[in-house]
Design a protein around this ligand. Structure first.
Ligand SMILES: NC(=O)c1ccc[n+]([C@@H]2O[C@H](COP(=O)([O-])OP(=O)(O)OC[C@H]3O[C@@H](n4cnc5c(N)ncnc54)[C@H](OP(=O)(O)O)[C@@H]3O)[C@@H](O)[C@H]2O)c1
Length: 276
């Protein structure tokens, strides 16, 4: 009964909203689109680089009853993103919710990672979201309404080996969107930071290795993570309640609490982590 009320409230929140999702071609972004497309009178804008995957998803969302457009973009091409934002607003005349989700991970030690890789990860995982958000804010502030959802990571809460650049980008994201949340309270624009633990998606396949190629395999930790369907259900419920911060995952999210409350214990445990 309680669960039913939660789902209904979530559906009400998204009713009549236009929602722009980056990273919509796969994993968390794709599942957000699918679950949102089943809610009444939702308009979706789907972005990523893989046009064919976006077209397939578009057909599924329209079949589920949503109004839907695709807006292909490359988050690394940061000089195109302000213009892409204006195109996104023009598609349905407004953006109510921006799910800043597209991103890549990393699998390489700091000393073997060329600085070009660090910059690439910062551009895709951090600067792209900041540029789009800056371009959206005048629109949301003028309407005194809007919701920015930043998909960070538990790697934005503490360090993890073979993820120096990824952790840096997600920590930067965390700081930026937390500060933005406080600034935006005067304008009735909500900000939610989502920090997933390990979720079963393709994120480890596309993770950047030291030579700039994709890792190309499913890591053990990833494979045993939370299902993306369960994760997204919880994420959308938290967004509908305008939560400031949400941590979702399995036992790995406990590390965030241990880090915050018992930092010395965290460092003992972290020293034993097998990096994958
Ligand atoms: N899965 C996890 O365990 C986990 C944990 C913590 C945080 N996260 C975060 O969750 C978000 C979504 O990841 P996921 O797990 O759903 O991974 P995923 O299945 O690999 O999806 C990543 C998405 O990002 C898009 N993307 C990557 N590079 C891009 C670029 N240069 N330009 C435009 N789009 C790009 C991909 O689309 P194209 O390749 O088509 O461009 C894809 O749609 C990421 O920000 C990730 O850091 C995931």
């Amino acid at each position: 009964m309680y669960f039913c009320v939660l789902i209904c409230n979530a559906m009400n929140y998204f009713n009549n909203k236009t929602i722009w999702i980056t990273g919509a071609s796969s994993g968390i972004g794709r599942e957000c689109a699918v679950q949102l497309s089943r809610m009444p009178q939702v308009s979706l804008i789907l972005s990523a680089r893989s046009v064919e995957k976006l077209q397939e998803l578009h057909a599924e969302c329209v079949h589920n009853g949503a109004r839907c457009e695709i807006l292909p973009l490359d988050l690394e091409q940061t000089d195109t993103l302000a213009e892409k934002t204006q195109q996104a607003i023009a598609l349905f005349g407004k953006i109510d919710i921006f799910i800043n989700n597209g991103g890549i991970s990393q699998r390489s030690l700091a000393q073997e990672t060329p600085i070009e890789n660090d910059r690439k990860i910062m551009e895709i995982d951090y600067f792209s979201g900041v540029i789009i958000t800056k371009a959206l804010l005048p629109h949301m502030i003028e309407r005194k309404s809007g919701h920015i959802v930043a998909v960070s990571s538990i790697s934005g809460c503490f360090g993890f080996p073979q993820r120096t650049a990824y952790c840096a980008a997600k920590h930067a994201m965390y700081g930026y969107f937390e500060a933005l949340d406080i600034e935006m309270r005067a304008h009735a624009v909500a900000v939610t930071i989502v920090s997933p633990g390990r979720i079963q998606t393709n994120i480890s396949y596309s993770a950047l290795t030291k030579d700039g190629t994709a890792h190309g395999k499913m890591d053990e930790g990833q494979a045993s993570g939370m299902s993306v369907q369960v994760f997204v259900k919880q994420m959308l419920t938290a967004i509908s309640r305008k939560k400031h911060e949400i941590l979702i995952g399995r036992k790995e999210v406990l590390m965030v609490y241990i880090y915050r409350v018992f930092p010395k214990i965290f460092h003992i445990i972290a020293g034993k982590i097998k990096a994958t």
